[in-house]
Write a new protein. Structure first.
Length: 94
């Protein structure tokens, strides 16, 4: 892996770095309202990985997260409710 390759895939469009821990016990996975199966697939994958790796059940919520919960927002770039589509992806010649 070279220094140009991102450590996260897909490349996050927004990341917040903090000095404290992410309390997954209060987390929910938030997807845009009206998300289709293709939009829900990455959210379901993350929920399954958290369950398998850590034994945590993190619910998936469409639309705004409930008050008091920590949202992990998942959306496909370029679709409604998501950020911009990246101009290039890892491994593409520039």
């Amino acid at each position: 892996m070279n220094r140009q390759t991102p450590l996260l895939w897909p490349i996050p469009q927004e990341v917040t770095l903090r000095d404290d821990a992410l309390p997954l016990g209060q987390a929910i996975i938030a997807v845009p309202p009206g998300a289709r199966d293709a939009d829900l697939a990455p959210a379901r994958l993350l929920a399954d990985m958290l369950a398998d790796d850590f034994g945590l059940t993190v619910p998936i919520v469409q639309g705004e997260p409930p008050v008091g919960k920590t949202p992990i927002r998942i959306a496909i770039a370029g679709r409604r409710g998501a950020g911009r589509t990246p101009s290039s992806l890892p491994g593409q010649a520039e």
